[in-house]
Design a protein around this ligand. Structure first.
Ligand code: FES
Length: 400
């Protein structure tokens, strides 16, 4: 079914390529410049988006085995993700039940138990408090009432989502809006984790706007990879999540084939964004690979941090690993020195008050859809959150 959807999209994309057209929105879209720096607006985005909707915090490839864990800071919340002894993924606040110390340092590893560095309280992979140091001295305590605090968590399509709210009423599956079935076509659950690196950038929406924007490629990236890429895009969306695909005449080669014979790499090409903070760009040549960019707001409205993860379809030999390292360094250079360097200057210009609005053209439907969803979520009460996502399931294209 998901492959059929991907072929339908590929055929729509090919029609545009052959006709020399793209999907265009009916109108231009204006976003108030203050939305990129106003502290009140930013607080609302943190509380109503980042603390409320599921975030993609890890990939299966990062923690494939029982006992594997990952600790990270996600939008200001310390999170601990663990693969328990039965092989299921669980997520917790990375916070001790004694006096709240962070239990594991940021990073990945493998362990049998989590031991707090402050007074050595110990927890199982399932988050149960199993031992209290000097228990006699500390006093009798019902350990079962003092486990780690769990967070909603779901592993799908080789990707791991966590909601940073322990009493969220939004099922992660509902939030995914059917998009996970399409992402499953990559087969990420069997991919190989290669490396990660961090890049500092501007306001998270300035950074994220760029991931949906092919319009800028031959201009801003003229000295790097830009000249090789088309600057036109079609956008396909499932709820707030969007796939960005440039019209590709090379798809004509597969046009008459039955669905099952279309190659996966052609069907999954382009950029896959996962609201509100993920972009997956795929690459061919020497084996398939992706860069998954995980964008988090920084400590102020004008800052962000992006963690780039490089995953490969299969474990590389020495030559392939060297090529991947070079490519990953190149990608960091492009994002840091071209995209985010421009974004940081854009940030200062917006803050100067010279314009009331920024504009998105009829060819920039991805930006329309993204900002529409940001606004929608800020307006939506907790009690209506689930219904909001239920009414926006499995659409291919929504014009605003
Ligand atoms: Fe963790 Fe004391 S704060 S053991």
């Amino acid at each position: 079914m998901s492959k059929e959807q991907l072929v339908t999209i590929a055929k729509s994309n090919l029609e545009h390529a052959e006709a020399g057209t793209i999907q265009q929105t009916e109108n231009f879209h204006q976003v108030p410049a203050s939305h990129y720096f106003d502290p009140e607006r930013w607080d609302q985005e943190m509380n109503k988006i980042f603390k409320r909707v599921p975030l993609l915090l890890a990939t299966t490839a990062e923690l494939p085995n029982p006992g594997d864990y990952k600790a990270l800071d996600a939008a200001g919340t310390p999170v601990l993700i663990s693969r328990d002894s039965a092989g299921s993924v669980q997520a917790f606040f990375n916070m001790c039940s004694h006096r709240g110390a962070q239990i594991m340092p940021q990073g990945r590893g493998n362990t049998h138990r989590f031991t707090c560095p402050y007074h050595a309280w110990t927890y199982s992979l399932e988050g149960e408090l199993t031992a209290i140091y000097a228990n006699k001295d500390f006093g009798d305590l019902d350990k079962s009432c003092h486990n780690l605090t769990p967070l909603p968590c779901l592993e799908r399509a080789g990707l791991i989502w966590v909601t940073l709210s322990r009493d969220s009423s939004l099922p992660i599956e509902t939030f995914l809006s059917g998009y996970d079935a399409l992402l499953a076509q990559f087969g990420f659950e069997n991919w190989h984790y290669f490396a990660s690196q961090a890049v500092e950038g501007p306001n998270w929406k300035i950074a994220y706007d760029g991931y949906m924007d092919l319009y800028h490629l031959p201009i801003l990236h003229k000295d790097t990879f830009g000249p090789d890429y088309p600057n036109r895009a079609n956008y396909y969306n499932w709820g707030p999540h969007q796939r960005v695909a440039g019209p590709d005449p090379r798809l004509a080669e597969f046009k008459e084939r039955p669905v099952e014979d279309w190659p996966d790499d052609a069907l999954t090409a382009g950029v896959w964004t996962i609201f509100p903070h993920i972009s997956i760009a795929s690459f061919d040549g020497g084996g398939r690979s992706i860069m998954l960019s995980q964008l988090f707001p920084g400590e102020t409205p004008g800052t962000s941090i992006t963690i780039q993860h490089y995953l490969m379809e299969s474990a590389p030999d020495e030559t392939r690993a060297a090529e991947a390292k070079t490519q990953f360094e190149f990608l960091k250079y492009v994002v840091e020195q071209e995209d985010y360097a421009t974004g940081l200057k854009q940030q200062r210009a917006l803050e100067s008050g010279g314009k009331d609005y920024v504009l998105f053209g009829k060819n920039e439907g991805g930006g329309h859809h993204f900002h529409h969803w940001v606004d929608l979520l800020l307006r939506t009460e907790d009690k209506d959150l689930k219904a909001l996502f239920e009414t926006h399931q499995k659409t291919f294209f929504t014009a605003h």
